[in-house]
Write a protein that binds this ligand. Structure first.
Ligand code: MN
Length: 227
C-alpha cells in the first residue's frame, strides 16, 4: 500500500540480451560529439566548443519490436544513430579512469529529432525539450551486457535499404569514459541511466512507412518502421 493519489506510472524497461529487463531511470544525450556531424549542422572549422548534454524522459524509449509513430507538430523528423551506454552503478564527480566501472552494457539507439523545432529553438535561444524529448523519441535495441574496453567499430543506419549514416564510434570527440565522467560532474548518476552518445554525419528526414535499420559493430542491431 502506498499513499499515491493516482496510480504510479509504469517503469519503462529495455530487454537485455540473454534475458531480463533493464529499468530506465532517465536518458541523457550528448550533442555534437562527432566532428563531421558538427560540420553538417553548420559548425565552422574553428569551432572549439566541447560536446554538451540534453535529456529525454525515460518513457521516450521505444523497445525492440515496437514501431514509433511519426510525431505530431513536426514536418522534419530526423534520424540520428547512436551508441547507447546503460549504467548499472552510480556516482558523481568521477575520474575518467573510474567511469567504465559504472557500465552495465551497451545498446544501439536512434535519437529521433524534430529538426524544424530544434532549428527554431536554436534561432531563439529556447530549450530543446520539444525538439528532442517527445513521445517515442528514443528507439533502442536490446542491451548487451559488457565489460572492458568500449565498442569502437562501425556505426551505421539505413532507410529503406539505403545507407544514410556510416561512421566509426572511435571518431567520437568525447569517448565513452569521458562522457560518463563529464555527466557525473553535472548529475549524480544512478543505475538505470541511459546515455545516448551522439551521432555521426548523415542525419536526414524520415517519413511514415520508412524502414529504419541501425547497427553498432559488436553491440547489435535495431530496426523499426515509422508508423
Ligand atoms: Mn543525437
Amino acid at each position: 500500500m502506498t499513499d499515491h493519489v493516482i496510480a504510479a506510472p509504469p517503469v519503462p524497461v529495455v530487454p537485455v540480451e540473454g534475458g531480463g529487463t533493464f529499468p530506465v531511470r532517465r536518458i541523457l544525450c550528448v550533442g555534437r560529439n562527432y566532428w563531421a556531424h558538427r560540420r553538417e549542422m553548420g559548425a565552422g572549422e574553428d569551432d572549439r566548443d566541447p560536446p554538451f548534454f540534453f535529456a529525454k524522459p525515460a518513457d521516450a524509449v521505444v523497445p525492440p519490436g515496437d514501431d514509433p509513430a511519426y510525431p505530431q507538430a513536426t514536418a522534419n523528423l530526423h534520424h540520428e544513430i547512436e551508441l547507447v551506454v546503460a549504467l548499472g552503478a552510480g556516482g558523481r564527480n568521477l575520474a575518467v579512469a573510474e567511469a567504465l566501472g559504472l557500465i552495465y552494457g551497451y545498446a544501439v539507439g536512434v535519437d529521433l529529432t524534430r529538426r524544424d523545432l530544434q532549428n527554431a529553438a536554436k534561432d531563439k535561444g529556447y530549450p530543446w525539450d520539444s525538439s528532442k524529448g517527445f513521445d517515442q523519441s528514443a528507439p533502442i535495441s536490446a542491451i548487451r551486457p559488457w565489460s572492458g574496453a568500449p565498442p569502437q567499430g562501425r556505426i551505421a543506419l539505413s532507410v529503406n535499404g539505403d545507407v544514410r549514416q556510416d561512421g566509426v564510434v572511435a571518431d567520437m570527440i568525447w569517448n565513452v569514459a569521458e562522457i560518463v565522467a563529464e555527466a557525473s560532474k553535472l548529475w549524480t548518476l544512478a543505475p538505470g541511466d541511459l546515455i545516448y552518445t551522439g551521432t555521426p554525419e548523415g542525419v536526414g528526414p524520415l517519413k511514415p512507412g520508412d524502414r529504419v535499420e541501425g547497427e553498432v559493430e559488436g553491440v547489435g542491431r535495431l530496426a523499426f518502421t515509422v508508423r
